[in-house]
Design a protein around this ligand. Structure first.
Ligand code: GLU
Length: 534
């Protein structure tokens, strides 16, 4: 496989960009990149009933976000164009029509005038008779030229169907599975051109893959049943078929095909939840490919070094969000502080003003699986927090570009996704906490003990030099000594202080947070808490 491959991903713009599109794009692009070929984006927008106007732009955005930009593809939305355009099927209609006419002229296809109700009745009869063959019976195959002409003259709607060989076994090949044969008599003559003049997937795909010089069709496993049609179509045209390689379907934990109910499928969901594109790409690479020594974390460059289409693993890969969550945390920890700061800023920008999108979901709309359910509930809350605060964070950040960097080391270890920063960032931007008296009294603490702890800590801090390089260690030691003197354990001793400083009982490391806030702000927060507890 050293000749340059021309490969494509061919999504239909029918809704949110799908994680399956990214998965196919990754393997196709890897094939192009490892052979010095070209990766093409083709928009399959011939199903006008399912067309969603904004979807194409979102596909572009999602591929760009993942760094899976096509070498050729539609123009617009920053698309590259290319020598085999147009790359939108709706702009290629005359070619499909011509191709269908050519097949009719060669006697390989025919016009079928059977109306929908005839086909329905036919199906019902076949079902009632428990027929082995359910589908179109080929009635119009036998129409005489005059009958066709008369029907056309009468303006009768019609489709064009391919004449499938019914007496033969139809031999097909898949790169991973070898030969797959189908019984001709069990196949119905497929529609190529619909009554509205639009092609079906079968015709458009074959015409385009041929015209665009596609060498390898790397697509989802669910298309295997259509292979006999596609091989027959290539035969009918007299064209060489490309190599077909059907990638395994991504599966939910229960092995069913990946579905919205059991796994998020929209790429926008992954971006909004703060997954890093490089982590998602790595994860998708694991769904069908193994690196030597089961190396789990790899860059796209490392993936390419090892990539060989023939080595794709077709056992149904499980899309385990919990694993992606772990992997994303690993990627976050590997970013240097400046880079993580940049990603957080981007994420804040992405969230600005979007709180309303992330209302809590009612129980029956939440995913069933425990990890995903907890994750989704948390993510919604975190997105609201970040959405509400993002504009303020951005304004402060523009005024003081050194604002976020000192916070990064305090939170890096704790993040698995960017949106989880919502649990740690707010305290650095507001001291307006909605705390309760009870919050200051953790286990093994008393209301009086809490006030005493706050006072003692305030006194220690008032004397501390925040600019001294050893200040963290000396504060740690002073707090420990004071808690012992008061007969309190360090946890309950610092509990109320944490609430006073951060507004929460879980926070980034306390002393480091105080140092980031600065002495004045820290003392002010302690004073606020003491006043509140009055
Ligand atoms: N439009 C088809 C889909 O979205 C493309 C399949 C293919 O790659 O040929 O599933």
């Amino acid at each position: 496989m050293t000749t340059p491959a021309r490969v494509r991903v061919a999504p239909s713009p029918t809704g949110d960009p799908h994680v399956g599109t990214a998965y196919m794009a990754l393997f196709n692009k890897a094939m192009a990149d490892t052979t010095g070929g070209a990766f093409i984006l083709r928009i399959e927008d011939t199903d006008r009933t399912r067309y969603v106007a904004d979807s194409e732009r979102q596909i572009f955005d999602a591929l760009a976000w993942l760094g899976l930009n096509p070498d050729e593809g539609p123009q617009g939305h920053g698309g590259p164009g290319g020598p085999c355009g147009p790359y939108r099927q709706s702009e290629r209609l005359p070619m499909y029509k011509q191709a269908a006419e050519d097949l009719i002229a060669k006697g390989k296809a025919y016009r079928c005038f059977c109306a929908g109700d005839r086909l329905d009745t036919l199906r019902k009869i076949q079902q009632a008779e428990k027929s082995k063959f359910i589908g179109y019976d080929g009635l119009c195959r036998g129409l005489k030229a005059e009958e066709v002409a008369a029907n056309l003259a009468a303006g009768k709607p019609h489709v064009v169907r391919l004449k499938l060989r019914q007496d033969a076994e139809i031999q097909t090949t898949d790169l991973f599975r070898g030969q797959i044969s189908f019984i001709g008599a069990e196949q119905q003559d497929p529609v190529l051109l619909k009554t509205d003049g639009y092609p079906t997937y079968h015709l458009a795909m074959a015409v385009d893959d041929h015209a665009m010089g596609i060498t390898h069709v790397i697509r989802a496993e669910e298309w295997i049943p259509s292979l006999p049609i596609h091989f027959e179509l290539y035969r009918a045209f007299g064209w060489d078929a490309p190599v077909f390689a059907h990638m395994p379907l991504l599966r939910n934990k229960d092995k069913s095909k990946i579905s919205k109910r059991k796994n998020p499928t929209s790429l926008l969901w992954y971006r909004d939840a703060g997954f890093l594109p490089e982590a998602l790409k790595n994860f998708l690479g694991l769904m069908g490919f193994s690196l030597p020594n089961d190396q789990e974390i790899f860059s796209y460059a490392e993936f390419l070094q090892n990539f060989d289409l023939r080595k794709v693993n077709i056992g149904g890969p499980i899309f385990d969000l919990q694993k992606l969550h772990w992997l994303n945390g690993e990627y976050i920890r590997r970013l240097d502080d400046r880079e993580l700061e940049k990603r957080l800023v981007q994420h804040c920008r992405l969230m600005i003003g979007r709180e309303a999108e992330f209302a809590d979901l009612p129980e029956d709309q939440l995913p069933q699986e425990t990890f995903l359910k907890d994750f989704e509930q948390k993510r919604r809350r975190q997105s609201r927090v970040l959405g509400a605060l993002a504009a303020e964070i951005m304004t402060s950040y523009e005024v003081n570009p050194n604002l976020l960097l000192p916070i990064i080391p305090l939170i890096k270890e704790r993040l698995h996704t960017l949106v989880e920063a919502a649990d740690y960032l707010p305290m650095f931007f507001t001291r307006d906490f909605a705390y309760t008296r009870e919050a200051f009294v953790p286990k093994k603490q008393t209301p009086e003990g809490a006030v005493a702890a706050l006072r003692e800590v305030r006194a220690i801090l008032a004397d501390a030099d925040f600019n001294n390089p050893g200040v963290k260690e000396s504060l740690d030691a002073a707090f420990r000594a004071k808690s012992e003197a008061l007969g309190q354990k360090i946890g309950p001793f610092l509990g109320p202080v944490r609430v006073a400083i951060t507004g929460a009982s879980v926070s980034p490391p306390l002393v480091e947070s105080m140092l980031v806030l600065g002495k004045q702000e820290t003392l002010a927060r302690l004073d606020n808490a003491l006043k509140f507890l009055g």
